[in-house]
Design a protein. Structure first.
Length: 423
């Protein structure tokens, strides 16, 4: 389903059609189909081996029925395309040959893939193997997958990782994950949803209500990819949807659209963002330690820190410290308040912040000194500001007034910026 959604985003099919050969799977090929799921068009990816399609035990298991449909019997999924049934095998089995996880890692190492894809694919198979090893109580190196299922897993996992790389995706986020409900039938009998390996692989990720899905909504391979690729929940920032792709699952129940949606988006520039103001009042801390507190807050992610004198209860002299932080760093900055001050509580409030576009650069001034400069792009043109620490350091070395240095370097920086713009 993830592969189908990535293809539906418009990155073409050639990379995926050539993937089996690059993985050394000479008897495996990939095909594509436009299918309908509850009136929705979606792209279905089909992995085909010597004996036919191998991507879908689910194609013939549930037959589109679930517990919410009015039928006298129910066809629960006996597994999903990602249930490869790990086993411990030390002997060949002619009817059902197996491949150990180590064999699959060797395939990835030898494949024609970018270093980043190899690294992430290796991480994914290690996660999958470690989960299966823990479930079955066997050493990692003795975990084996059915040979047919291993080919499917290679195409699924490597293909999805490579697809996100082709899209040049910087980060992957997910909403809470639905796992489904009921039971699945695996090689050794019935298992509750989520299957044991899936439950282990989803540790640390947010879980949502199951929704209408009877059977598995998240499989071990899907959970492995989430653990490997996902940065976390979608940040509380404004973003723009660029393209959306829909991938189809093998089952086609009538009660819900068995599809997976991937949206390619872009965050708005940092000129418009949500920020948190974190405030505390201190009346029992030596003011000498305010500066170390300020440095700690900045190191924790605060973009600005201010402090001013106040009058506390019972007439005590006190001071207020206020830090401005991105929402995603608010907890880190709060922890820094508690670690580096005497405060017993920190107040927080959210605000919308609009800032000018800015950039940081360096130039060599007329005396040969390298100076860092910040440029703010205002409505009336650029505003340049030489870095204070650099100006102060030059003043100490040369004995020239820091104020005079600032004005000269400012003018030279502005001319340098204008020269760059005219190149």
């Amino acid at each position: 389903m993830l592969l189908g959604a990535l293809v539906d985003l418009g990155i073409g099919t050639a990379w995926l059609e050539g993937l089996p050969a690059r993985l050394g799977l000479a008897d495996v090929r990939v095909e594509f189909a436009d299918v309908m799921r509850c009136g929705m068009r979606a792209t279905k990816v089909i992995v085909i081996g010597p004996g036919g399609a191998i991507e879908g035990p689910a194609d013939v298991l549930e037959h589109g029925h679930d517990d919410d449909e009015p039928h006298g019997h129910h066809h629960h999924a006996q597994g999903d395309q990602d249930h490869h049934h790990a086993h411990e095998h030390d002997h060949p089995h002619q009817d059902h040959p197996h491949r150990h996880i180590g064999d699959l890692l060797a395939v990835i190492a030898a494949a024609d893939l970018t270093p980043r894809v190899k690294e992430r694919a290796t991480q994914a198979f290690r996660l999958l193997g470690e989960a299966e090893a823990r479930i079955h109580g066997i050493p990692f190196e003795r975990v084996a997958l059915h040979e047919v299922g291993s080919a499917d897993a290679l195409v699924d996992i490597v293909g999805v990782i490579e697809g996100f790389e082709l899209l040049n995706v910087g980060a992957v986020y997910t909403r809470p994950i639905a796992v489904g409900r009921g039971w699945v039938r695996a090689a050794h009998g019935r298992l509750p949803v989520p299957a044991p390996a899936t439950a282990l692989l989803l540790e640390g990720l947010p879980i949502a209500p199951s929704g209408p899905v009877v059977g598995e909504a998240t499989t071990p391979t899907g959970a492995t990819l989430l653990r490997t690729l996902v940065t976390g929940p979608l940040p509380d920032r404004v973003w723009q949807a660029v393209r959306t792709g829909f991938g189809a699952g093998g089952r086609s129940p009538t009660a819900y659209a068995n599809t997976l949606r991937v949206t390619l988006g872009e965050f708005e520039a940092d000129t418009a963002d949500r920020v948190v103001t974190l405030v505390t009042d201190l009346d029992d801390m030596n003011p000498e330690y305010v500066e170390p507190l300020r440095e700690a807050l900045v190191s924790a992610g605060a973009v600005d820190v201010q402090c001013w004198s106040t009058m506390g209860k019972k007439g005590r002299a006190s001071f207020r410290v206020e830090a401005l932080a991105p929402i995603e760093r608010a907890d880190d900055v709060t922890a820094a308040f508690f670690r580096h001050s005497t405060t017993a509580g920190v107040r927080r409030a959210r605000f919308d912040r609009t800032t000018l576009e800015r950039d940081h650069w360096s130039f060599v001034d007329s005396t040969g000194e390298t100076v860092r400069v910040k440029t703010l792009w205002g409505p009336d043109g650029p505003r340049v500001k030489p870095e204070f620490d650099d100006v102060a350091a030059i003043a100490r070395r040369t004995g020239v007034s820091a104020h005079d240095l600032f004005r000269r370097i400012h003018d030279e920086a502005l001319r340098s910026l204008e020269a760059r713009a005219n190149v």
